[in-house]
Design a protein around this ligand. Structure first.
Ligand SMILES: C[S@@+](CC[C@H](N)C(=O)[O-])C[C@H]1O[C@@H](n2cnc3c(N)ncnc32)[C@H](O)[C@@H]1O
Length: 204
């Protein structure tokens, strides 16, 4: 993919370029995220029993978050629109079923297909209209639960720098996300908020 895509006005082209570009490095450093991911899963387990659930992880990247569900869940599937991220995740996590796709349009997946649909550090990067489409698709393909793991509160300087470079919509996301989730789902709950990261459970 050409570097010109980084300067594109089309946010999908820009994101595609960025995530393909950082995929090899992301795969090397995602272990750093692991301890935070583990404690989030621990707290999530206290809210809903993850045993034997079927899980769909959208924007799965190198699979670090999806892999957290492997121990308990019945099946774990990951979707991402970056071929290069998926190439890394397929090597790292053979137990997960990965496929290429855009989370804004999951029309190949039937309604109510998964017990749990989740996204970790995905929707902060997209504009409000895209967030609405993604949340709506997550809700449609989930039988009951949607879990969002993403930036909240005051994020570390390094994160802010990365988001600036990515030209993501994360400031608007942080301001409006809770309201957007409440509009989309009858029940929402903030499970955790620590060091600039939050864990939210939404129920259909
Ligand atoms: C910051 S990474 C997070 C990866 C992983 N979820 C984790 O927590 O380690 C964001 C991922 O979301 C993917 N992504 C962003 N928007 C997407 C979309 N509309 N459809 C599918 N994947 C998307 C990117 O390609 C990238 O792999």
């Amino acid at each position: 993919m050409s570097i010109l895509n980084y300067f594109s006005k089309d946010p999908d082209k820009r994101a595609g370029f960025i995530f393909d570009f950082i995929a090899p490095v992301y795969g090397l450093v995602d272990g750093v995220l692991e301890s935070g991911y583990k404690s989030s899963i621990h707290l999530l387990n206290a809210e809903i029993d993850l045993n034997n659930m079927s899980v769909l992880d959208i924007g799965t990247g190198t699979g670090a978050w999806a892999a957290m569900f492997l121990k308990q869940s019945n099946s774990v599937q990951g979707i991402d629109f970056s071929q290069k991220m998926l190439a890394v995740s397929e090597k790292k996590h053979p137990g997960i079923n990965f496929s290429i796709g855009n989370a804004e349009d999951l029309s190949e997946i039937a309604d109510n297909s998964f017990d749990l649909v989740t996204a970790s550090y995905v929707i902060h990067g997209v504009t409000a209209d895209k967030r609405a489409k993604i949340l709506s698709e997550m809700k449609r393909v989930s039988k009951k639960h949607v879990v969002i793991h993403d930036f909240v509160g005051r994020t570390p300087l390094f994160t802010r720098f990365l988001e600036f470079m990515e030209r993501s919509d994360y400031k608007d996301f942080k301001k409006n996300f809770c309201k957007e989730l409440q509009i989309m789902f009858p029940e929402t709950k903030k499970i955790r908020s620590v060091q600039g990261s939050g864990l939210y459970l939404a129920t259909k």
